[in-house]
Design a protein around this ligand. Structure first.
Ligand code: FES
Length: 247
């Protein structure tokens, strides 16, 4: 069989061992132990623990892998296997703000690839790279389950809906200038590291900031209300099973 497969993840591989820097201290280790203690099977905590490592080191660091393995009683190879499987775990330091551009089917049809190219030019970096000042990193994302707002971008895992070239430029310029940016369906942005700490399971109390759903997601609800439609009761039998239907 002939053909050529182009990977969008050219840096796939192991964690970068050439960078041994770390900010993990006793407080971090105590918090990692706390996470492990939240689960009946401690190793179930590995995913949030890796997010906590990222919130401290800006990436999955070699030290972070060692500490997770030590606390959970598993091998560093097992931790690395998980850390390198999921794309939310970074092997190189992400920027203060981490930008993702969705280029899966619906977003691609609506211009996602063009937005990614524009972002590369605006930031002067390629995908999977960080600007020299460490302010913004960029990656190509798979579907964000926000197709009703295509094309979408994410910053620090917050949605930016119905993007276009002008809105992309404005967003990236604001991030580079360290101005306050508010997600249209979420909170004012903090930093990628702070968002990672929330994902690890240490809430910052801002989960209810901003709207939780946009017009596109609520459209069906509005149509149902206009037509006085409602969902059947949970225990209602399908029509074919009622005596009337059987006659
Ligand atoms: S294709 Fe982009 S959010 Fe689904």
């Amino acid at each position: 069989m002939s053909g050529h497969f182009t990977s969008h993840f050219p840096e796939s591989g192991s964690v970068d061992q050439s960078d041994q820097s770390t900010s993990i201290d006793e407080t971090t280790v105590a918090e990692l132990r706390e996470l492990a203690g939240r689960y009946p099977q401690p190793r179930s905590a590995l995913l949030p623990m890796l997010h906590l490592v990222q919130s401290v080191d800006g990436r999955v660091s070699p030290r972070g892998i060692e500490v997770c393995a030590d606390i959970l009683g598993i091998t560093t190879a097992q931790v690395s296997g998980v850390a390198t499987f999921y794309t939310m775990y970074k092997r190189r330091p992400a920027g203060k703000h981490h930008v993702g551009v969705c280029t899966t089917a619906l977003c691609a049809v609506m211009g996602g690839d063009a937005l990614l190219e524009r972002a590369k030019k605006r930031l002067g970096i390629d995908e999977n790279q960080t600007t020299p000042d460490g302010q913004v990193s960029l990656e190509r994302l798979e579907c964000n389950a926000a197709c009703d707002f295509a094309p979408v971008m994410m910053v620090n895992w917050e949605f930016f809906d119905n993007m276009d070239p002008a809105k992309t430029d404005e967003l990236l310029d604001s991030l580079m200038a360290d101005e306050e940016v508010v997600s249209p369906r979420g909170a004012a942005l903090t930093s990628w590291k702070e968002a990672e700490r929330v994902l690890a399971g240490f809430p910052d109390g801002r989960a209810d900031e901003g709207p939780s759903a946009g017009d596109a997601s609520l459209l069906g609800l509005g149509i149902a209300a206009d037509n006085n439609w409602s969902a059947p009761e949970a225990d209602a039998k399908p029509a074919a099973e009622t005596p009337e239907a059987a006659k």
